[in-house]
Write a protein that binds this ligand. Sequence first.
Ligand code: AMP
Length: 118
Amino acid sequence: MTTTETDCLFCKISAGQIPAQITYRDDQVLAFKDVGPKAPLHELVIPLRHIATLADTTAEDAALLGRLMVVAAERARESGQASGGFRVVMNAGADAGQSVHHIHLHLLGGRALAWPPG
Ligand code: AMP
């Protein structure tokens, strides 16, 4: 099931109301290129269902969260840009720098990634 929020940027992307470079879609998950890429490979993997932040999830969301990870791995493989490795990260809340309040995995790759992130 999908739920959408009227003012949510990523709900609008999943509804086709705002253009994006879509790389993957199924009945629960969407992936698209980040508009401000921080690495040669930078895609966002989101659930179609609106969930504002990881802190809002419960055990009932476990399968959906798992699907986000599996799709990220699939995109890393299919991109051909992550043979040297890749990173998935989800920012949650203000201190982590979450700017869009619809959960999303960042898939980053195509270059060496420093650790720890800032
Ligand atoms: P975060 O700061 O973790 O919430 O990440 C939000 C991400 O969304 C940033 O990396 C932005 O570059 C990206 N972003 C914002 N607007 C768009 C858009 N219209 N299409 C694709 N990515 C976007």
